[in-house]
Design a protein around this ligand. Sequence first.
Ligand code: SAH
Length: 407
Amino acid sequence: MGRGRFKIPFMSKRVPAAGLPALKISRRGAGRLHKGHVWVYRSDIVSVDGIPPGALVNVSDERGRFLGTAFYSSTSQIAIRMLSSEAVNDLGSLLGKRIETAIAYREGVVEDTNAYRVVFSEADFLPGLIVDRYNDVLALQVLTQAMDAEPVRTRVISELSEQLKPASIIERVDPRIRELEQLPSRASSVIRGERSSTVFSMNGVNFNFDGVEGQKTGAFLDQRENYAAAAKHARGEALDVFCYQGGFALHLAKRCSKVTGVDSSRSALETAERNAILNGHEIEWIEANAFDLLRDYADSGRRYDTIILDPPAFAKSRRTLDTAVRGYKELNLRALKMLRSGGTLVTCSCSYHLSEAELLEVITQSGLDAGKNLRLVERRAQAKDHPILMNVPETAYLKCLILIVTN
Ligand code: SAH
């Protein structure tokens, strides 16, 4: 036996829970788990006969050694998501404890808000479950067969009710995910209580939330700490590109003389305007393709003191990285050209596949091409209620750089 095999103490003595289906994984799959990752891909599954979709399974290596307990998906490329490196004899109470731990962690790290992510899937050892709190409303999202299956689903909902006592719980459905997991289609709905709407606040700014009625709204809670940081450096005339419902724009409005938000989604801008009214700010909203608008504005010599770039994930996979890099380059180049001396650029990427080093490289090149010298003031990431696991690199995805033009 190699030394590496003793990484999990007493591994050979651990006994799987009785009554669960057994699933064998390849050497490569076991290697991933030994390195602390929690996913095993379908190509690393050795035997899966008769295991029902969404089952809790005992995972072992090819030689039959027990590696832990996982949730199985019959359709996802991520065939198993580890729940524990030990036997799970009482799944319900394990789920309850994990939710309790997730809540306790937020109590220590979340500040100045009543809206934050309470449970972030693998990062809280509850794979396939996302729970966001918006003031007194909880928004739950189920991403896998296992989290949708009974008794897991009902137990999760009742633990959340008991532990957080929300006025209501809504389920937000992403039809694409349900299709991928081959789960029956379902609409977003209120599953406990009555109300689907509320007003929440972050850093003293108020936002409307409605998870069910009309256009579904929710916030990019992962940017919450970055909003406050951006506001600290912002001044003068500001442009918030890819503004969605105005997360950055509303934070800038307190400090800037004029704020313009740009997005291609009309319904997002309608909510953004309602949010501006809620806070008593006047903000200009422009419905446009950001690439076209930035080109036109840069060519016509517009100037700003603060520009925010928070595009959707351009690199959905490693394969599309080249195209994504060109997209980030174009946006950053045009934004930098428009920044006045001393101006601030807040530039983000939520593509996991684009590393921080690669984004820094894009910005360096954009600065050179735009003839701007840049000082890197802050290198930021997702808010702390979106935990990062060192052994699961996919949990670190958001980059937010704050730079100042020094010439
Ligand atoms: N900054 C926002 C989140 C942005 S999410 C916040 O903090 O809340 C990305 C946004 O980009 C979405 O609102 C989407 O409608 C918008 N979008 C996507 N492609 C676009 C394009 N080509 N031009 C303008 N907006 C676009």
